[in-house]
Design a protein around this ligand. Structure first.
Ligand code: NAD
Length: 265
């Protein structure tokens, strides 16, 4: 069947901007109806809804803070009421709050961990509960559900001045694999994408001030576009990737090949 998500519903967290928006569009292009979650950006979320609808798919914007348990449960309730039970969940919402380690406040730490790691747990746990309630719909997909995390190259590349962010993504990696190992026998597929440097709001200031430094880290020679990641998410969600479970697909222009070790030879 290739990349065909016809008849499926996908929830994308943090889908009003950046990689989340691009994934919503690519999932819709593959045939899925889309729940566009946002925390506090109603206008941008409506914009994403419009782009999905322009592709002929249904979409709904739902406000929810993924770091809050009651919000995540309500997100899945409202999503199901609007578009039916989810077959695909892309846990994408994330943030940075950079600080030197000696100056990092507990608030800086908690701000990042609560969204990137606790949010990943809350969204993942709820996805699994709802997949179980829905069951396998063999005519739609051999998998009961597909949960995809948006991790980062920083689940393996340590990152000075961003210890909270790197810790959140390293934790996400073990969360993803442990959950995948636990529920794979139910035909629930859990995987991650791990982007390198992608042009979005999260790193706009760094790209503006340090673009040449960033490019030196990318053998493929360009900063990524949100759709570079969105296309991989759609493929991972599809039955074309049915035998991929508990893996991380790096979408990073070879950043994880540590280009400084190439030397000048
Ligand atoms: P972005 O800032 O455009 O997107 C992040 C989205 O998450 C925003 O829409 C934001 O509103 C939403 N969000 C933040 N906190 C939330 C909360 N509590 N509840 C619901 N939504 C919330 O930046 P992006 O680059 O598209 O980031 C998306 C994901 O990609 C993040 O998890 C980020 O860590 C990851 N990532 C990005 C890059 C990159 O280079 N851009 C690289 C690796 C990983």
């Amino acid at each position: 069947k290739g990349i065909d998500l016809t008849g499926q519903t996908a929830i994308v967290t943090g889908a009003s901007t950046g990689i989340g928006e691009a994934a919503a569009i690519e999932l819709a292009r593959a045939g899925a109806d889309i729940v566009v979650n946002h925390r506090d950006s109603e206008d941008d979320a409506r914009d994403t809804v419009g782009k999905v609808e322009a592709l002929g798919r249904r979409a709904v914007a739902i406000q929810a803070d993924v770091s809050k348990e009651e919000d995540v449960i309500r997100l899945f309730d409202e999503a199901e009421a609007a578009l039916g039970p989810a077959d695909v969940v892309f846990s994408n919402a994330g943030r940075q709050k950079d600080a030197k380690i000696g100056d990092m406040t507990l608030d800086d730490w908690n701000a990042v961990i609560s969204v990137n790691l606790t949010g990943a747990f809350l969204v993942g746990r709820e996805a699994i509960r709802r997949f179980r309630k829905k069951g396998i719909r063999a005519e739609i997909s051999p998998a009961m559900g597909k949960l995809i995390y948006n991790s980062s190259v920083h689940q393996v590349i340590c990152w000075a001045f961003h210890a909270n962010y790197a810790a959140s993504k390293g934790g996400m990696h073990m969360l993803m694999q442990s959950m995948a190992q636990e529920v794979a026998n139910e035909r629930i597929r859990i995987n991650s994408v791990a982007p390198g440097a992608i042009a979005t709001a999260i790193n706009a200031a760094e790209r503006a001030s340090h673009e040449a430094d960033i490019l030196r880290l990318i053998p493929y020679g360009r900063i990524g576009e949100p759709a570079d990641v969105g296309r991989v998410v759609a493929w991972l969600a599809s039955d074309a990737a049915d035998y991929i479970v508990g893996q991380t697909i790096f979408v990073d222009g070879a950043m994880t090949l540590y280009p400084e070790f190439r030397g000048n030879g």
